[in-house]
Design a protein around this ligand. Sequence first.
Ligand code: BG6
Length: 488
Amino acid sequence: MNKLAPCVFVLFGATGDLTKRKLAPALYALHRENLLPEKFAIVAYARRDKTDETFRTDMKAAIEEFAPKMPTTGKVWENFISRFYYQRGEFDQAEGYTGLRDRLNELDVEQGTPCNRLFYLAIPPEQYEAVITHLGDSGLSYPTNGEDTWARVIVEKPFGTDLETSRQLNRTLLERFTENQIYRIDHYLGKETVQNILVFRFANELFEPLWNHKYIDSVQITVAEQIGLEGRGNFFDETGMTRDVVQNHALQILSLVAMEPPVSLDADAVRDEKVKALRAIRPILREEVAHSTVRGQYAGYRQEEGVKQDSTTETYAAMKLYVDNWRWGGTPFFVRAGKAMPRRVTEVAVQFRAIPQVLFAKMKRENVSPNVLVLRIQPDEGIYLLIGAKEPGPSMNLKPVDLHFTYKDAFPKAHIADAYERLILDAIRGDASLFARGDEVEAAWGLLTPILEAWKSRPGEIQPYFTGTWGPERAAALLGDGHQWREP
Ligand code: BG6
């Protein structure tokens, strides 16, 4: 068993989708790998009338459905499921929290978990304020048992819906917790391939000298999903692709690609550099929104369950951004995110500048293509580099070929953990480097809020596209200067 400090994981949103699909399987996977503290309990706090026993049965069913490879029998399982407890209470009533506090105190004695608490808010954002406030007012947000104990809170996305609401949420949190107790989750940061962006850039001498506007022509960041709404129509129609994916996942990736080297790998050193990169992005003014962004909606979206019949919510968003600093001045970053695309793929494609054409001027242009470095986040996780090679034969013909590293080949035995496993573990360990800081979240909203407002005032401009295509036709015109979207 490991040496992690004992703790209670207090779950708000126990009956929700996230708990069933991600959190319960992640906790079980950590337990199976012996990575959880030896003294560890999970207490769900929710409205419905349940007992510890019925809650355990629900969690068993969730793991059987969403993580069927892990057995729900045997000693390891029994040990895991016996750590689950259920506490009934309302989110907005103080008595509930007094009950929760008493239950936690009892468990501390029973389990020897001396007041370390990790609160996980897997609830709809409109309930954040009530829960955070009551946690504070009931004294639960403060470590109560000396300096070595802690209370932390993990806040799920969406973190606000625009700049003002994200600021408000930060204020509410900071009235009850200190910044180093707050863990704002963006599950992309828990992905191995996203963490590897930093390693790739700063642990290899080869690319860093080229990593700037002198050698890099443009960067494309794609977050494409093949799926549509999958029963999340109500949520998605209120949210849209920009709030759901661009504000967090895509801009987090962009900040890792664009940032300056941090002075250390400490949470704040890394986040200082990321926030600087985000703040260096040139704001898109209201009058430029039509030229610098494209939003689309797939045909048939309005017939999906939970979607309004006249909805103008975007299921596709693309934008042309400039990181206006000495490293990147003049290099466009094209960002796109969409649902109902031809395939699920997330990647960063870094296109280097074209060579001077003098030597190979007579060859077909597409055969003398510029180098492209692809950081593939998912699937086929790896790094691909497109280079020019001579095609064997009597004449001088060029052909683009691929150098690549894949995780599958390089680490055949490694268990690639789900992002939530890594993030929960880091929060228990007190390492916030893979979580967003308040200023990062606000910088991202600061960039996107004027775009969202401009779109709202011109709902008719949303572009249709067919399911299974790479988005609206107008997206091609966004790029300009001969650039084209990759078809990954
Ligand atoms: C979530 C969004 O944050 O990320 C979903 O709410 C989206 O709409 C999901 O499908 C994508 O995550 P992943 O890990 O499947 O790429």
